[in-house]
Write a protein that binds this ligand. Structure first.
Ligand SMILES: *Cc1c(COP(=O)(O)O)cnc(C)c1O
Length: 406
């Protein structure tokens, strides 16, 4: 893409100016966490400098300003994901908490004989809470298998779904391989038997603007820190009808209507699920991050990142003995690879010496590594603020690592 304003964008990210081991930082670990533009940093500084206060309970000016900003952020997030009602947007500490909240709610609703379906491509945070739920309820966990390309086996899915299926949970995009899953099809099939669907959108949110009403999804979870926001905050979108049915996840302040020692009644949505003082500044900064990404535009971002992916894939495959895991036709800018005979960790260590940040290991997705029978991969994941020069730097560094290690 020729007209993508990459130089201007890079100036928004102070961290991209720094050096690592004497070399300019090349940050290619965006699937683990994204970097933060100064618009979001400024928003955080402004909050603590001007109107830091607890929300929803004070009549004083600062408390009202903080409450207004927090609720305005909720509204921005609602608009971004096209939720119907603001109370369908629940602030959480991130994707992991959002999934645990829903799993907790379902642990009161499922029983022996019920079935739930997880995909083979999941992050541990979309596996373990459900295993805990199954242990508690006696529901059966079934696995939607993957194919060697890193695509889900949709034929097998059709056979797994039946009248006992109560819940399906799949990620929108795999953090380990970059596969974009056919969630529309997955949701439709689940609906045909009346099952609910939770989509883990953590990895999709930085690349794709999901429309929860068009998808007709029951739950969609994201983390702010993967999309230019701060760590420790995220949201759970839940259909109002579901959120009204599920029990609260935590008890405490904010989530109550009346507290008596004999009995407590709960607050309405969204407060029922927002016990205690939330990450107020984080929520507001999440709104700022969404504003920032929307000024660049998700279509432009997707196109630019796709070009980076194509370039990097071609160049890396020219290295002898290099194998890429995850070759789905629909994928985002994640490249998981290994070089024959070399441990991924050793490659990661050498490229770090050259200023390049990549991730090595199982990427919180051990079942995928087991499927390929490997201990892990080197993962380079690109964001819209990366450049073609950085792709070249990665390729040269990997070549150098290969020379040193073989
Ligand atoms: C990052 C990630 C998570 C976990 O997000 P947290 O912010 O650590 O809660 C879950 N699923 C996917 C696909 C991810 O990429």
């Amino acid at each position: 893409m020729t007209n993508f304003p990459i130089d201007k964008i890079r100036q928004d990210f102070p961290i991209l100016q720094r050096k690592v081991n004497g070399k300019p930082l090349v940050y290619l670990d965006n699937a683990a966490t994204s970097q933060t533009p100064k618009q979001v940093i400024d928003c955080i500084v402004e909050y603590y400098s001007l109107y830091n206060a607890n929300i929803h309970r004070g009549v004083h000016t600062l408390s009202q300003e903080a409450t207004d900003a927090y609720e305005a952020a909720r509204e921005k997030i609602r608009v971004h994901f096209n939720a119907k009602h603001p109370e369908e947007i629940i602030f959480t500490s991130g994707t992991t908490e959002g999934i645990n909240l829903v799993a907790h709610g379902f642990s009161k609703r499922l029983k022996k004989g019920d079935e739930v379906i997880v995909s083979a491509l999941e992050h541990h945070s979309n596996i373990v809470p459900w295993q805990m739920m199954c242990e508690e309820t006696g529901a059966k966990l079934k696995v939607l298998p993957m194919l060697p390309s890193g695509d889900l086996d949709m034929k097998a899915y059709a056979d797994l779904v039946n009248a006992n299926t109560k819940l399906v949970f799949v990620n929108h995009i795999s953090n380990a391989l970059g596969t974009i899953n056919p969630i529309k099809e997955i949701i439709e099939k689940a609906k045909s038997v009346g099952a609910a669907v939770l989509i883990d959108g953590a990895q999709a949110a930085p690349h794709i603007k999901a429309d929860v009403q068009a998808l007709d999804v029951d739950f969609y979870v994201v983390s702010a820190h993967k999309m230019c926001g701060p760590t420790g905050v995220g949201v759970l979108y839940g259909k109002k009808t579901w959120l009204e049915k599920l029990d609260p996840y935590q008890g405490g302040g904010e989530m109550i209507d009346q507290v008596r020692f004999e009995q407590t009644t709960y607050a309405g949505l969204p407060h029922k699920f927002e016990a205690g003082t939330p990450n107020i500044c984080g929520g507001i900064a999440f709104g700022a991050a969404i504003d920032y990404m929307n000024t660049i535009g998700f279509e432009a971002i997707a196109q630019y990142e796709h070009d980076l992916l194509v370039k990097a894939t071609q160049a890396l495959l020219e290295i002898d003995g290099l194998k890429i895991y995850g070759t789905a036709k629909e994928k985002t800018s994640v490249i998981s690879f290994n070089i024959e005979g070399i441990h991924p960790y050793d490659i990661g260590t050498i490229v770090d010496k050259l200023g390049i940040a990549v991730r090595t290991g199982h990427h919180c997705a051990q079942p995928i590594m087991d499927y390929y029978e490997i201990p892990g991969t080197v993962r380079a994941s690109f964001a819209f603020y990366n450049t073609f020069e950085e792709v070249e730097a990665l390729v040269q560094a990997v070549k150098k690592a290969k020379e040193m290690l073989s």
